[in-house]
Design a protein around this ligand. Structure first.
Ligand SMILES: Cc1cc2nc3c(=O)[nH]c(=O)nc-3n(C[C@H](O)[C@H](O)[C@H](O)COP(=O)(O)O)c2cc1C
Length: 186
């Protein structure tokens, strides 16, 4: 019997009508039935401050402890994020930084799927490139097969927030299949 897989999903955008949150929810709906996903937010994390983190880790803010704990129990993470000024949005990078410290970082060696949607032409390619050194330093297991770059997102989701563009859906499905297989066969 296959081991049940549990994932955590993070959207890099907090706004209500976020295309990336829509993309993340679509990804969640395309996963096999035995895979569970919890979509979590970094909205309540403070701005990173080393005085609140190491060396007195027990003193980490409650929101940070909870965020790290949820990640710790995940077999993998799906990140769907916009590109801000050609890079990783600050709020998302802040959340990664909070989760990254210490030998017990829940990110170390974790499977990660990265995707992004933008209303521009380049489908978050620069944000995704900016993530590569972050994944590398945290030894995160990133898959780059069937990369999900959603350009002109305003044309690709319907009024209910479903990804209605068939080509993009196909790429997303293939990407998730590879991600799932990678975790199952780890
Ligand atoms: C601060 C900021 C910077 C942005 N920089 C870029 C950028 O570098 N490249 C790009 O394609 N879009 C950029 N955008 C536009 C976003 O792609 C667009 O607003 C997108 O819808 C945001 O994702 P969301 O719908 O998930 O909130 C930027 C938007 C903001 C708010």
């Amino acid at each position: 019997m296959n081991k049940a897989i549990h994932l955590v999903g993070i959207s890099g955008s907090l706004r209500k009508g976020s295309f990336n949150t829509m993309l993340l929810k679509t990804a969640g709906s395309l996963l096999p039935d035995d895979v569970t996903i919890d979509i979590i937010s970094f909205a309540d994390l403070p701005v990173y401050n080393g005085d609140l983190d190491m060396p007195a880790r027990a003193a980490r803010p409650e929101s940070v402890k909870k965020f790290r704990e949820v990640l710790e129990h995940a077999d993998g993470i799906i990140i769907a994020s916009p590109e801000y000024n050609y890079s990783i949005p600050g709020g998302l990078k802040n959340a990664i930084d909070w989760a990254s410290r210490g030998e017990n970082s829940p990110l170390l060696g974790k499977h990660v799927s990265l995707m992004g949607a933008t209303q521009g032409q380049w489908g978050t390619v620069r944000m995704q490139l900016a993530f590569l050194p972050v994944f590398n330093t945290l030894k995160m297991l990133h898959i780059n097969k069937f990369e999900v770059f959603v350009s002109q997102a305003q044309k690709k989701f319907d009024a209910d927030g479903n990804l209605s563009d068939n080509d993009t859906r196909e790429i997303l499905k293939k990407h998730l299949e590879v991600f799932h297989k990678t975790i199952v066969h780890q």
